[in-house]
Design a protein around this ligand. Structure first.
Ligand SMILES: O=C[C@H](O)[C@H](O)COP(=O)(O)O
Ligand SMILES: C=C(OP(=O)(O)O)C(=O)O
Length: 479
């Protein structure tokens, strides 16, 4: 595990000490077991005067996603694990309440749809689209505190916990923020659902998704691909094809299941099966700092039916991988478990193979995806957290190389990105330099790819996928 983790601090809840589950929350055997385990990266707010009331209110609110949708995503992820689809997962490092505007959500969704079109068209592979959005409000931190000019305050842990401004009032964790996160997630999801089913995502509008974005090389390449797609669609129209299927896209929401008070309060029993689902998002992942096998996060997520991801950093051992499989996917259920490797460009080729081999030895076929962001964070000369686009690309290429060498499936990409024209990651075809950070660095935590860099990465991934597809086809032909 990571040396950055803070000390485990078992926490208690008034409900647990009373031997009760939260009023209104799903009651199911084992769902509260996590409360007796070491839990990392939580605010210490159980004694806050509004904590119990907020949890009670959250427990009574409607689910944000439905169990049936979650089951569909599990099936889609199973196809990706078999190599029949590719998972594209992306969004902000940390969503913000004020930043959850219609324009920002639209730009993010359009960018993801553009990336998906590039992957689908250039590599002939269906893309499972998952936003890192409508719930990505909690952040694990390397340190519990932050010091500026001799003043030490609690670290910013995402707007679901505390505020970003460096004042004692803002940095004080406030449970009422969980309600704000819930309502912001609900309005974001509402708009995403409208965008993806109400005509905005119609494939016949593929070139319109480019409108409003700054012109750049990836943009021009996209325009030319969009024109080809539109010609093909027109041709199909002339042939009498029914376009209903092109009008809407499936789009799922995901976030790191970090804040267990929130996740537990939003867990509901599915009316069809009476099984527990975390209804804060379709896909939830466990972060690199909270994936210890005997910890609260792994235990809690082992008990819900959602597809679960686990981040695997450079120190992950083969034994940790097999233990995670036994705990999170004992039935070896297709689509249940996704491993998100985030090794760093310099380490992936050496570290990933033994983890894949370990998983293979258990008879499990998890979905393997790459997060080429989190292992490649550096600090710029002018003091910003950043990532070099070339490192991101190198980690992606390493991921494909490792899977090709082992004959396994490189199943997806997980990126921190935005549809906005920010300057947070260095490089790209229309290069961002350090000076640009001064006016256009907006992330409250980690650096994101901007719209151009995201599109450029999609073209590069599509090339890798197309090469793999061509090799597979050749292999099949010669068999
Ligand atoms: O997004 C990931 C983590 O929350 C982030 O990298 C932690 O950053 P820190 O090391 O600045 O706390
Ligand atoms: C914290 C994150 O990543 P990791 O757990 O891989 O560090 C994240 O994806 O926001």
């Amino acid at each position: 595990m990571n040396a950055e983790q803070s000390t485990p601090r078992p926490q208690s809840s008034p409900y647990v000490s009373a031997g009760l589950s939260q009023p209104g929350a799903a009651v199911y055997p084992g769902l509260d077991e996590w409360r007796s385990l070491p839990v990392r990266q939580q605010p210490h707010w159980a004694e806050h005067p509004s904590h119990a009331e907020v949890v009670r209110e959250l427990s009574a609110l409607p689910p944000l996603v439905f169990a049936g949708e979650v089951d569909i995503l599990r099936e889609r992820l199973a196809s990706a694990a078999r190599g029949e689809a590719f998972l594209l997962q992306g969004g902000d490092c940390a969503e913000t309440f004020a930043g959850s505007t219609a324009d920002a959500i639209s730009a993010k969704v359009r960018t993801l749809l553009q990336m998906a079109v590039v992957l689908t068209y250039a590599a002939s592979v269906p893309v499972v689209k998952v936003g890192r959005m409508a719930g990505q409000f909690a952040k694990p931190r390397s340190s519990d505190t932050e010091t500026r000019e001799g003043v030490t305050l609690p670290a910013f842990r995402g707007e679901i916990v505390n505020g970003f401004p460096f004042t004692p009032e803002d940095r004080e964790p406030d449970p009422a923020r969980m309600l704000k996160a819930y309502h912001t997630s609900a309005s974001t999801l509402n708009l995403v659902r409208a965008f993806t089913t109400g005509g905005f995502a119609d494939l016949r509008a593929v070139s319109q998704w480019n409108r409003g974005f700054m012109s750049n090389p990836a943009h021009a390449r996209y325009e030319s691909m969009a024109a080809q797609i539109e010609r093909a669609v027109d041709f199909m129209g002339v042939c009498g094809t029914d376009f209903e299927a092109l009008k809407r896209v499936e789009f799922f929401a995901s976030h790191e299941a970090l804040l267990l008070d929130y996740e537990r309060a939003l867990t509901r029993l599915d009316s069809r099966t009476s099984l527990p689902y975390a209804t804060s998002g379709h896909f939830l992942w466990i972060g690199e700092r909270t994936r210890e096998i005997d910890g609260a996060h792994v235990d809690f997520l082992s008990r819900v039916r959602n597809p679960i991801g686990v981040k695997l950093g450079p120190t992950t051992t083969a034994a940790e991988v097999t233990d995670l499989i036994e705990k999170l996917d004992p039935e070896r259920e297709p689509g249940r478990l996704t491993f998100i490797s985030r090794m760093g460009a310099g380490k992936i080729r050496e570290n990933l193979p033994r983890l894949i081999e370990a998983a293979r030895s258990t008879g499990s076929t998890p979905l393997w995806i790459t997060d080429p962001m989190h292992g490649n964070t550096v600090t710029s000369e002018n003091g910003y957290k950043t990532r070099r686009f070339n490192d991101v690309v190198d980690e992606v290429v390493g991921f494909f190389e490792v899977h090709e060498a082992l004959g396994t499936v490189p199943g997806g990409l997980h990126v921190e990105m935005t549809g906005d024209d920010v300057a947070e990651c260095l490089g790209g075809a229309d290069p961002i330099d350090e000076a640009a950070f001064e006016g256009r660095y907006e992330s409250l935590c980690d650096p994101r790819l901007n719209h151009k860099q995201s599109l450029e990465l999609a073209f590069l991934v599509a090339e890798q996928l197309a090469k793999g597809g061509a090799r597979a086809a050749k292999g099949t032909a010669s068999r």
